[in-house]
Design a protein around this ligand. Structure first.
Ligand SMILES: *Cc1c(COP(=O)(O)O)cnc(C)c1O
Length: 379
């Protein structure tokens, strides 16, 4: 059996050019001046993608490291931190807040809808003595996209630093860090950028850098200590040896993405066709509004288990879809149509397999899913 097609919301399919980049001869990342230039250029490519003039760092660890490093570096014991919560990642931020001594306060919304900026403004009229707020752009487990463009400026207007987890949106959805007044934007290599898992990208505004410089207490972490990176370029020094090959792959993936200005348009077109296909087949989408164009979560039909559907698809058609975890465990199936997965041929193949898998398990889709998908795209 060849390896399965990974139609998962991360890690995603990696293009051959990106995979080959990992085989390039190594530079010494601690001593070779060319490596420092290479690293800086790669970081600037990400800055260009998220439309920021802020400094970008690439940390050696997958997406979660960025969430933890932002909390470790920007929270001091006793700080009140506002956690915007309409999903598993939004709520999960509170765990990092607590680990680093902060006191999380939740602004909670419906898990099946995007957060409402007007409700947030009303909430902030009553309570706003927060040093930091955390929010999630795309809640990957549910497929809900939050309106960061309208949420972050309301936090900024109150002097609250914003940390935005955009790990599963950057590259697929528009993301404008500076225009949206995002202090810390977090990305990961393995979602819409379609590089191998292993790297976190993090942008830091001047206000965030000032917060780092003005801390009263030391940072209770080494890997998560962003202050160590203050003069890395001037000093030609990294806090730890960089994973050269992973960075080559990320750099190649950023080149591919930047050479493809239609990527957000393609995510929108294919994302809409995925949702139309699922609903036309008689399946229920998990979100009721605010559908991300990078991932779609749908509910298994009554009487079928999501695991049986995914197993059938993997065993008979060699296609991997994802379930979910935590509160959504067993409740949804997710198709990751982000990055290199966001291609007509891959989604057509996915729907052909999903259609047959559902039929063989006893659910008859109201339309032929592959045909419906192709028809929606042609419309
Ligand atoms: C993938 C992802 C992360 C990184 O975590 P994983 O360990 O790769 O699951 C963080 N935040 C979001 C919203 C993600 O989708």
């Amino acid at each position: 059996m060849p390896r399965p097609l990974m139609m998962t919301p991360g890690p995603t399919e990696v293009h051959e050019e990106v995979r080959q980049a990992m085989a390039r001869p190594l530079l010494n990342p601690d001593l070779d001046p060319d490596f420092f230039e290479f690293y800086r250029h790669a970081a600037r490519k990400f800055a260009r993608l998220i439309e920021t003039d802020n400094e970008v760092l690439i940390l050696s660890g997958e997406g979660i490291l960025g969430l933890e490093a932002a909390c470790a570096s920007l929270i001091e014991p006793g700080d009140r931190v506002l956690c915007l919560d309409n999903g598993i990642f939004g709520r999960g931020f509170a765990d990092f807040v607590r680990i680093y001594g902060g006191e999380p306060v939740f602004f909670t919304g419906d898990d099946r809808r995007p957060l409402d900026p007007d409700r947030l403004a009303e909430f902030l009229d009553k309570e706003h003595d927060f040093t930091l707020a955390t929010l999630v752009h795309c809640e990957t487990p549910s497929g809900v996209l939050n309106p960061v463009a309208d949420l972050a400026p309301r936090l900024h207007a109150r002097g609250i630093l914003t940390v935005v987890d955009a790990v599963s949106s950057i590259g697929g959805e528009p993301f404008r860090a500076d225009a949206w007044q995002v202090d810390v934007a977090l990305g990961g290599s393995q979602k819409c950028l379609s590089a191998p898992p292993g790297l976190t990208l993090i942008s830091l505004s001047d206000a965030a850098r000032r917060r780092l410089a003005d801390r009263r207490r030391p940072i209770a972490s080494f890997y998560g200590d962003l202050s160590l990176w203050r003069d890395w370029y001037e000093q030609k020094w990294f806090p730890y040896t960089q994973p050269v090959s992973d960075l080559y792959a990320l750099d190649a993936a950023l080149d591919r993405r930047l050479a493809d200005p239609d990527a957000p348009g393609r995510h929108r077109r294919l994302g809409e066709a995925v949702r139309q296909t699922l609903t036309a087949a008689g399946l229920e989408l998990y979100p009721r509004a605010g559908w991300s164009h990078t991932v779609t979560a749908f509910c298994p039909p009554a009487g079928l288990s999501e695991a049986d559907i995914r197993n059938e698809l993997l065993r008979r058609h060699n296609i991997l879809l994802a379930g979910a975890f935590d509160r959504l465990a067993g409740k949804v199936i997710r198709i990751g149509h982000m990055g290199e997965n966001c291609r007509e041929d891959k989604l057509f193949r996915t729907f052909r397999g999903l259609d047959q898998s559902l039929r063989s398990l006893g659910f008859i889709p109201a339309v032929s899913m592959a045909e419906a998908f192709a028809r929606h795209l042609a419309e």
